[in-house]
Write a protein that binds this ligand. Sequence first.
Ligand code: ZN
Length: 135
Amino acid sequence: MHAVFSMWCNAWCTSRRLQIPNSRCLLDDRCNGEDSIEHYMSCKQLWSWCNSSFFTSGIHPCTEHFCVIGPEDDNSIIAMALAVFAVYNTSNKWRAKNSPCPGALTNSHFKEQVKLASLYSKTTRKFLFNLHRHH
Ligand SMILES: [Zn+2]
C-alpha cells in the first residue's frame, strides 16, 4: 500500500510543477481556493467528501509531508490515498478543459476515481468491501 501511495504522491508533485500560477481550485467552481497542492490539502469540498464517503472523521493531511494527521490507522491512510488519487485525476481532467469542475458534479467525479482505483488496487477493493459491509 505504501508503494502505491508514494507513487500517487510523486504524480501529484509532478502536476504541481506543471500548474498554471494563480488559477482557481479545479475541484468545485464554487470554491474560492487556488489550483495548488496547498489548497487541495485543505479544500473543504474534498475533505468533507472524503470523511463522509469513507466514514472517517478528521482525516486531514499535513501540507509538507503528505502525512496523515489524526487517526493513523490503515483505513485512514487508504482513505487519504484515495482522496489524493481522486484530486490528482479530477484536477488534471478539469485543468485540461481550462475550467473548474461544476460543484454539482464534483462528488460523482470523486466516486468515479475511487472505482477506478479499485480496479488496480486489491487493498482498495478490500477497504471498500469492508466499508460497505459495516455501514
Ligand atoms: Zn477548493
